[in-house]
Structures are given as structure tokens and as C-alpha cells.
Design a protein around this ligand. Structure first.
Ligand code: HGY
Ligand code: MN
Ligand code: MN
Length: 394
């Protein structure tokens, strides 16, 4: 899989709905068919592979994650959970195990939200948390429409992207942070995922020639943005708690060294386990943005693009992950996920838990993202055990 979209520095670039996403999807579907799974693709391009159970009328146990990546992303984020689930199904097959409940593996469309915002739209529409046609209408920075790109790569399925009963959902994923490595743990069992708030900020200034235009009276949109971006960065220090706040993306127009910038777009990402804290933080940020915009004569437009409340996973399933790790002799830690995952939405419609393995150096969303193969194997073993336990439940 890592050959598809491979970058020169050892990472991958498989932006959602691009040709590399398509190539990876096609390979994934081939592997599903090789396992004689019943393959379904829904209208969001989510790919499901189903293995029948002895009592096929029972709600299935589902497991999966995402194939798409960040630009210059890592070889493990998302794909580890897809390949881990595939490995579990292959292992069950090789051992001629017939589970009571059917098993379903899934690849969710556009978990990353980098090319088309927001993130997790495949699982979000399936879980009825996001509206399909709104997602279809999203546009990337080159003006491409989500639905056109989904059509173009041939993954706009006919099956409605609408939830059906799921007995348990497991998502296997790298931690993407420093905790497991620092604590010397092999497996992480997140108790849940923080809330995620995404905002888009648009500023208008007044373009002019940089030479003759006096400093006084300028409406420099990039300076207004710079002041706002520093406010975002110092916010967590002021609020305290586990809040994180980041500006990751910015477009400056016309971006010419000798024109005063007059159009800016930048993004704000705020996260916390405490939804109230995140909301308060945003309220105070929005007030300071408006004051800066006013003082600098740069009108502001704010889009509240996306919000997902913090998700507390099913305590019994989280304990099952910890027990499986313990049975297998892997040191395990209960923790919180600072990264968003499709499990946030799945948790709204089915009992959900995740399995983490360490990220070397705590790095992720970078080409040097890496995890020991022995840790990958440990996580897959815990996933296998957890799935088999849930699949045997009446
Ligand atoms: O934003 C996230 O945490 C995830 O990569 N979508
Ligand atoms: Mn991910
Ligand atoms: Mn990611």
C-alpha cells in the first residue's frame, strides 16, 4: 500500500479522491474479493467488505479506518487500521473460523479533511451526523467539487450511505502522539476522543503598491491575520486545561512581495476533552478577531465549518481491549485520543473502542511517521481477540 502515493522521503501522499486514493481503493477491493467478502460501495464512496456469520441476521462486528492521507503524510495513519482489519479477516479465514456474527471491514472516505474540509465525512454521513449533499458541495482549493471527484474516481456507489445496526466497532490506529512511547507501553486503549472544532476565517484588506503607500492608514490583511494567529497560539496558555489550538492552513492573496495583501483565508482547529472549554475558548477568540479586524479596517467573515463533540467510548469494549492486551502480555494504557478518527462518529451509533500502538518519537502527519512492526503485530493481535470476543456474543 505504501508504494501507492509514496513520497521521496518515505511517506505517502494519497489525498482523498485523487488518483492515488483510487489506486489504493482498487487494490483494497481486490484484496477484499480475494477473501470472498461481499463488497459494497455506498454513495459516499465508503467501501465495506462483509464476511457472513453463522447467524447472519445478527448485527455485525465492524472494524476499519481510512486509506486517504495527509499531503506528505505517513505510511501508518489510517491505513494501519484498514490493513490490520484485513489481516484479522485473513487470519480468521486461514484458521477456518466461523464466527457467530457477521464481520464487516470498512474504508471510510475522506477521514483527513485536508483536501476537502471537514474531516471524517464518509463516516459522518453514514452515521447521519453530516448531510450528504452538503458534503457533495464542498470545494477544494483548486475549485474541484467533492461529488465530481468522487464520480471521477469511480467510487460514487449506489448504496445509500445510511447507518445500519452494528454490534461493535473497533478502530485500530497509531497513537500519533508521544504518550505510549514515553510510558513504555505497547498498546493504548483510548477512553474516547476529544472534541474537534474547525473554523474558516476570511479577511479583506486594501491592496496597494508597497513603496509609495505610507504605513499609517494601511489595511494590510496579512498583518491582521498575523495578530489573530498569535492570539490562537497563546490561547491554551490563558485557558489552561488540555486545550490545543492551531492555525494550520493559510492562503494570502495576491501573495506578491510588492503588493500589500488584501485577501486572506486561514483555518483554526481547537480541541479539548471538555467541549465547554473549547466553546469558551472560541468565543474569546472570535471577540479578539473582531476587535483586530475593526481596528485594522479589515472586514472579517467567519465560517463555523465543523464541530464534533468529544466522544466517550463504550467502557465495556475499552476494557475488552485492555484485557486482550493483558492476556497477550502487552503493557497497555488507558488514555485519550487527541487525534480525530471515524470512531468519533461511529461512537454515536454503535458501541465503539479503539486500539492504539506507539508512534516513534510521537510523530505523525509527517513523512517520518513510523511504528515498530512488532508493535503493529501486537495491535493486530489485540484487534483479532477483541473482534472474536464481540463476534461470539449473542
Ligand atoms: O484531524 C485529525 O485529527 C485527523 O487526522 N482527521
Ligand atoms: Mn487517521
Ligand atoms: Mn490523520
Amino acid at each position: 500500500m505504501a508504494k501507492i502515493g509514496a513520497t521521496s522521503a518515505g511517506g505517502v501522499e494519497r489525498l482523498t479522491l485523487t488518483d492515488t486514493d483510487k489506486q489504493a481503493r482498487d487494490l483494497f477491493v481486490k484484496w477484499l474479493e480475494r477473501l470472498d467478502l461481499e463488497v459494497r460501495i455506498d454513495e459516499m464512496g465508503n467501501i465495506f467488505g462483509k464476511r457472513v456469520g453463522k447467524n447472519d441476521a445478527l448485527a455485525p462486528v465492524m472494524s476499519g479506518s481510512h486509506i486517504d492521507s495527509q499531503p506528505k503524510g505517513g505510511r501508518f495513519d489510517g491505513i494501519l487500521g484498514v490493513m490490520g482489519s484485513l489481516e484479522v479477516l485473513q487470519t480468521i479465514d486461514e484458521n477456518n473460523i466461523k464466527t457467530m456474527r457477521p464481520l464487516v471491514i470498512v474504508n471510510w472516505t475522506n477521514e483527513e479533511g485536508s483536501r476537502f474540509a471537514p474531516a471524517m465525512v464518509g463516516s459522518g454521513v453514514w452515521a447521519s451526523a453530516l448531510e450528504r449533499d452538503w458534503v457533495y458541495s464542498r470545494i477544494d482549493r483548486n475549485g474541484y467539487l467533492f461529488v465530481d471527484e468522487l464520480e471521477r474516481i469511480g467510487y460514487r456507489g449506489s448504496v445509500p450511505a445510511r447507518k445500519w445496526p452494528v454490534h461493535a466497532y473497533y478502530e485500530y490506529h497509531i497513537e500519533q502522539g508521544p504518550v505510549l512511547e514515553r510510558e513504555g507501553m505497547v498498546v493504548g486503549a483510548p477512553k474516547g476522543i476529544v472534541c474537534l472544532h474547525w473554523y474558516d476565517i476570511y479577511l479583506r484588506g486594501e491592496a496597494n503598491q508597497v513603496g509609495p503607500t505610507p504605513m499609517a492608514g494601511r489595511h494590510d490583511a496579512l498583518c491582521a491575520a498575523a495578530e489573530m494567529i498569535l492570539k490562537v497560539n497563546i490561547l491554551p496558555e490563558k485557558t489552561g486545561g488540555d486545550l490545543v489550538a492551531t492555525v494550520g492552513e493559510i492562503q494570502n492573496y495576491p501573495n506578491s512581495r510588492n503588493i500589500i495583501p488584501d485577501k486572506i483565508h486561514f483555518t483554526v482547529d481547537i480541541r479539548s476533552w471538555d467541549d465547554r472549554l473549547a466553546q469558551q475558548a472560541w468565543n474569546s477568540l472570535r471577540n479578539s478577531f473582531e476587535e483586530i479586524a475593526d481596528r485594522r479596517g479589515c472586514p472579517i467573515r467567519i465560517e463555523e465549518t465543523w464541530r464534533v463533540a468529544h466522544s466517550r467510548f463504550d467502557a465495556q469494549l475499552v476494557q475488552r481491549v485492555l484485557d486482550a492486551a493483558q492476556d497477550l502480555g502487552y503493557p497497555a494504557l488507558r488514555m485519550v485520543s487527541g487525534a480525530g478518527h471515524d470512531a468519533s462518529y461511529m461512537n454515536q451509533v454503535a458501541p465503539t473502542a479503539m486500539i492504539f500502538v506507539p508512534s516513534i518519537g510521537g510523530r505523525s502527519h509527517v513523512e517520518v511517521e513510523n511504528t515498530l512492526w512488532t508493535d503493529c503485530e501486537a495491535g493486530a493481535n489485540v484487534l483479532l481477540r477483541s473482534i472474536l470476543k464481540s463476534a461470539a456474543e449473542a
